[in-house]
Design a protein around this ligand. Structure first.
Ligand code: COA
Length: 374
């Protein structure tokens, strides 16, 4: 007999083991393999953190150099994948483009067996920015861009392809921080999706494709786009306050606030908020950042709800000239590391994930003959 359901959304239930991260347990609230995300975001490049998550240790100087060189060499896209991307319409959602791109890559460069898991992951890490920008620039500007740039980092590679010029140092730095903050987050919905898929002994591309689909929704990764759509409608802090009070009175859900595990604050918020403030000063903004701060104040004052990682990411990305619909794909470019590491962890100690359900339907009954039915 199945145990009675203790909480909707499996909240608070331990659904497996991981050595990858802790959420709401120690340090500032988020740790990757024992390191506080606050410390990692202060001193590391994203590639260092990706290496840590995927390979289990922080790389030394030589290891980091060769890892970055390897990723650089994997930025090109197969012709068949480019042709698929060229057929996806301009008004498609970029998360759907990535989902298709990942799946197509799995057809062209199949993970034949699990000994290739590290290689296929590095390949995806290197070429997801290429997939998204190749489609974006082709569908929006009619340009077939060269995705094999020589940029030093994944964030710079992405910004370079998107804007057609090498990014400024400040923007590359913010991308490092942003990608570090999004890299891993324990058993969130998309990671759990990846692990369930991995538990059937499926291939890496299927696990990641499924995870992209989970991340797409506005209750998960899509929140940064929804937050942007909201704040860009506010013309001043006072206007934001008025509108937010109306939303709260109508009991609307405000994207970019609240969290399933953190109860008082999301440690990632303070970090990205600081960078958003710097970017606001850099572009001379006097609307979007003050509007965002006022939203934060109103939500805390009225509902004791705090900004999660997504809220100040919205303004930060906007200040760097990133189109709103590309926000969640950036999340994918980063979280891919966490997903793949979880797939590897699941494979290393696997049992198919198959919980039970609490049945709420009709009691056992006979099938009535056709003439006796309504
Ligand atoms: N706006 C308004 N009210 C919110 C809210 C938000 N963003 N987040 C939570 N609440 C409310 C809930 O409606 C609930 O109210 P109720 O008890 O009157 O029904 C209460 O606060 C407690 O919610 P909680 O149980 O903590 O939320 P959850 O664990 O079910 O869901 C989220 C967590 C993240 C899905 C939820 O906070 C949310 O939908 N946030 C907006 C989407 C978002 O930013 N997602 C990105 C997460 S990183």
């Amino acid at each position: 007999m199945a145990k009675e359901l203790t909480g909707a959304g499996l909240r608070g239930q331990v659904a497996g083991k991981t050595a990858l991260s802790t959420v709401g347990q120690s340090g500032s609230g988020l740790t990757y393999r024992g390191y506080d995300v606050k410390d990692l975001a202060k001193t590391c490049q994203f590639e260092e953190v990706a290496y840590l998550i995927l390979k289990g240790k922080l790389p030394n100087k030589t290891e980091l150099f060769s890892y970055k060189e390897k990723l650089k060499s994997l930025r090109g896209l197969p012709q068949a994948l480019k042709e698929v991307l060229e057929r996806i319409p301009k008004d498609a959602h970029p998360m759907d483009v990535l989902r298709t791109g990942c799946s197509m890559l799995g057809n062209l460069e199949m993970e034949a067996d699990f000994s290739q898991q590290s290689e296929v992951t590095d390949r995806m890490l290197a070429c997801f920015p290429s997939i998204i920008c190749y489609w974006y620039r082709f569908s929006h500007d009619g340009k077939r861009i060269d995705t094999e740039t020589n940029d030093d980092s994944i964030g710079a590679h992405f910004l370079h392809m998107l804007h057609g010029e090498k990014p400024r140092e400040l923007h590359e730095q913010v991308m490092h921080v942003s990608l570090i903050l999004y890299a891993e987050h324990e058993f969130n919905a998309s990671t759990f999706t990846a692990r369930v898929c991995a538990s059937t002994l499926s291939d890496m591309h299927s696990c990641i494709t499924g995870a992209i689909g989970s991340l797409r929704g506005p209750l998960h990764g899509g929140a940064n786009e929804a937050a942007m759509e909201m704040i860009e409608g506010f013309t001043s802090a006072a206007h934001a306050e008025e509108e937010m009070m109306g939303k709260l009175a109508r009991k609307e859900k405000i994207m970019g606030f609240g969290h399933a595990i953190y109860k008082e604050s999301d440690p990632r918020n303070e970090i990205i908020k600081n960078w958003s403030e710097k970017l606001a000063a850099d572009v001379g903004d006097d609307v979007l950042y003050p509007v965002s701060v006022r939203c934060e104040e109103v939500m805390w004052r009225e509902k004791k709800l705090f900004c999660n990682a997504d809220f100040f990411h919205a303004s930060a990305y906007n200040f760097m000239g990133i189109p709103t619909k590309l926000f969640t794909p950036i999340f994918v470019m980063s979280r891919l590391t966490g997903w793949a590491a979880h797939v590897m962890e699941q494979r290393a100690d696997n049992r198919i994930i198959r919980p039970s359900a609490e049945y709420t339907g009709d009691a056992l009954r006979p099938v009535p003959p056709m003439e006796a039915r309504d």
